[in-house]
Write a protein that binds this ligand. Structure first.
Ligand code: ZN
Length: 694
């Protein structure tokens, strides 16, 4: 998402733009005829990229230069005075627009506007066309470009003999222009035109995108309401980006070729067509767009593979790993992602808000609410309060407490199953269990699912506790002997997970407030130096880097990274992983039955020492270290990863089993494992979809 517009006043301005691109010189030439709505005064102000020097051929129009802004992209303000009765005028200008992309976190690049022989990307922030404050626009755009180029903007293609043309008649917050030397692939679908633009002729890659576009557009149009644009295009950018723009997405050359993208970030960007680029986000009350898009794209795709609970556990894990308990911020304060912590609030907590709302209202009412919200607010700004009003109207329920609790209050509830006991009672059994909220302050009004497995029956008995206090006593008479009770086994409640609910994973170390890196004193100097570099790459200001020889024991107050095959403390790892399929001796390590050796393998293993996370990283050679430093953070949800060779390629990864969750109590000894929870029907799925697992 790129544009955070403030309140646009009145009707949109219409731009009729003719653009000529001179890529080698980085120059554009523009003629723009602006049609003003009646509420724009005769004396108006507009701003344009600095150095464009506009002139007007329209008789009687005065153009006066007011001053240049240097913050962000330099732009110049002009005052335009129109003769009485005139509502349209033309500007002509040309100039260079050259701001080479800069690289940010995770290798993502960005620029507000750049034109070179590589390609063009112009976003509204560059003021490549004259902007009247934050007023909305409609437009037609005709582009002359080199013969092997294609350019893309919002809306429908104009179909013209030379160059490219685009038209959008519904209000937009700004105009984008992207393109370069591209090959176009297109397909008609019932929902909208699908297109893929690639920098090399790659029909198979294009087919993957066209097929996915058609499938996702059809599914989401049926789920939410008609797709709001004439086309959706996957466009290969000339720099590494992942932009979701109105009616197209700009993906970098590396990202667009990752095989999993068409089922992960691509549908996410496509669903932003409804949430963000269809209904606009009123940022004043918080950004609901990322939570809702994550819920309907990433979460729903997981749910359709019967992996909804695992996905939610992952969302909660990110929150537990990266959001410091002492620095939690309310969801209403989230605007955009600035790192793992803000993402865990805006995306994870946001998605869980919509999940809890759906659980509370039921699938049909929830979908009805989304459809009405979309219908009522399309091409307008809407906030969380509009969502609340819509869902109250469709459900007939007051949702003030629900929205306040999850939007305004920082933090998360914590749950614990304090005790549970079953006794014979007549012909059956009496089950009594106590569930508590353990967060530091106050209580939450939450609906807590509980599952009880009994001696008969394939599926557990499921119930929901309405918790409106810190303590809840569950009493239930059961016909068969209960074997196990589990609280929130499908991770339906937004809450701070207890570390014991999760397999140990590297994320707990990356998110830890303080860590110590323990270098192997016995390793050769070159290897020790490589480990020190690794530690320096990962360490934050509060972390320490020490050598094992200088430590008597490992500290208890922080996360611990043990580095090296010959680290003096590596025995600690085996003690911490007693119940896991893990063994360590002088020559090798065994994980899940496979054997790995120091000469060939780079091994990373995470564990827990009391309440603190512990990890061990041992590289095959000093040469492998830079790649491991880069790669391991991508495995933050895993318990272990093994690489082989240099550059290191992944051999295996996995998670240790969870054996001591404080939300599960075994009530009776049993011979067999209890059956798994049956998957729920995915949102919007018909009965036949539910049985046809994709
Ligand atoms: Zn997003």
């Amino acid at each position: 998402m790129m544009v955070a517009g403030s309140a646009p006043a009145g009707e949109p301005v219409h731009h009729d733009l003719r653009v000529t691109l001179h890529p080698d010189a980085g120059r554009i030439e523009v003629e723009d005829r602006l049609d003003l709505p009646a509420d724009v005064p005769r004396e108006l102000e507009l701003s344009l990229h600095a150095g464009f020097e506009p002139a007007t051929p329209t008789p009687g129009v005065e153009l006066e230069r007011r001053g240049t802004h240097h913050r962000g992209v330099p732009s110049t303000r002009y005052r335009v005075t129109l003769p009485g009765g005139r509502r349209a005028f033309t500007l002509r200008y040309s100039g260079r627009i050259v701001n080479p992309p800069v690289t940010g976190p995770r290798g993502r690049q960005s620029t507000p506007g750049h034109l070179s022989s590589e390609g063009v990307y112009l976003d509204p922030g560059s003021r490549w066309y004259p902007r009247l404050g934050a007023r909305n626009v409609t437009f037609t755009l005709r582009v002359s470009r080199p013969p092997d180029w294609r350019t893309i903007s919002q809306g429908a293609a104009l179909g013209q003999a030379e160059g490219d043309g685009w038209r959008e008649d519904r209000p937009q917050r700004g105009i984008y222009l992207a393109g370069g030397p591209l090959h176009a692939y297109e397909r008609a679908t019932p929902a909208a035109h699908a297109a893929a633009y690639l920098r090399a002729p790659e029909p198979e890659l294009a087919e993957r995108y066209l097929e996915a576009t058609a499938r996702h557009l059809t599914f989401y149009s049926r789920l939410i309401g008609d797709y709001p644009y004439a086309k959706f295009a996957a466009v290969e950018n000339f720099f590494e980006s992942g932009f979701g723009l109105p009616s197209f997405t700009l993906l970098g050359p590396r990202v667009i070729r990752l095989p999993f993208i068409v089922e992960t970030s691509y549908p996410h960007e496509l669903v932003h067509s409804w949430w963000g680029n269809g209904v606009w986000i009123d940022y004043d009350s918080g950004n609901w767009g990322e939570g809702l898009t994550t819920y309907l794209a990433d979460h729903l795709l997981a749910e359709r593979r019967a992996e909804g609970a695992a996905f939610r556990r992952q969302l909660l894990r990110k929150y537990a790993d990266y959001v410091d308990e002492h620095r939690e911020v309310p969801l209403a304060r989230f605007r955009a992602r600035h790192g793992e912590a803000s993402q865990a609030i805006g995306y994870s907590k946001g998605a869980m808000l919509f999940h809890m709302l759906r659980r509370r209202l039921g699938d049909e009412t929830f979908l009805e609410g989304l459809r009405r919200f979309y219908e009522a607010h399309r091409f307008r700004r809407a906030g969380f309060d509009d969502l609340q009003q819509t869902f109250e109207a469709v459900s007939g329920r007051a949702l003030g407490t629900f929205f306040d609790q999850w939007l305004q209050r920082p933090g998360a509830p914590r749950l614990e199953l304090v005790r549970a006991r079953a006794q014979r009672a007549g012909a059956g059994y009496r089950l009594r269990a106590v569930v508590r909220q353990r967060q530091r302050r106050g209580h939450y009004e939450i609906r807590v699912p509980v599952a009880v497995w009994t001696e008969d029956g394939d599926a557990p008995i499921e119930a929901t506790l309405e918790m409106s206090d810190n303590r809840h006593l569950l009493e239930r008479t059961l016909a068969a002997r209960p074997l196990r009770i589990a609280v929130d086994p499908r991770f339906d409640v937004f809450r701070r997970l207890d570390p014991r609910e999760l397999p140990p994973a590297f994320g707990a170390l990356y998110g830890a407030r303080r860590a110590v890196f323990v270098l192997p004193g016995a390793a050769p100097a070159s290897v020790r130096a490589a480990y020190r570099e690794l530690a320096e790459a990962w360490a934050s200001d509060d972390d320490r880097i020490v050598t094992d020889a200088t430590l008597e024991t490992l500290p208890d107050d922080r996360a611990v990274w043990l580095l090296g095959w010959d680290n003096r403390f590596r025995g600690q790892l085996a003690r911490s992983l007693e119940t896991a399929p893990f063994a360590l001796d002088a020559e090798s390590v065994r994980i899940d039955g496979a054997r790995y050796t120091p000469d060939a393998h780079t091994v990373a293993v995470s564990a827990r020492r009391g309440r603190r996370p512990l990890a061990w990283v041992a590289v095959a050679s000093a040469q492998a270290v830079p790649a491991v430093a880069r790669k391991l953070p991508h495995y933050d949800g895993e318990s272990y990863v093994v690489f082989r060779g240099a550059p290191p390629r992944r051999v295996t990864r996995g998670r240790w089993p969870v054996t001591d969750s404080p939300l599960v109590i075994e009530l009776a000894p049993r011979e067999r494992a209890v059956p798994a929870l049956p998957p729920r029907r995915a949102l919007g799925a018909t009965t036949s979809d539910a049985t046809r697992a994709r």
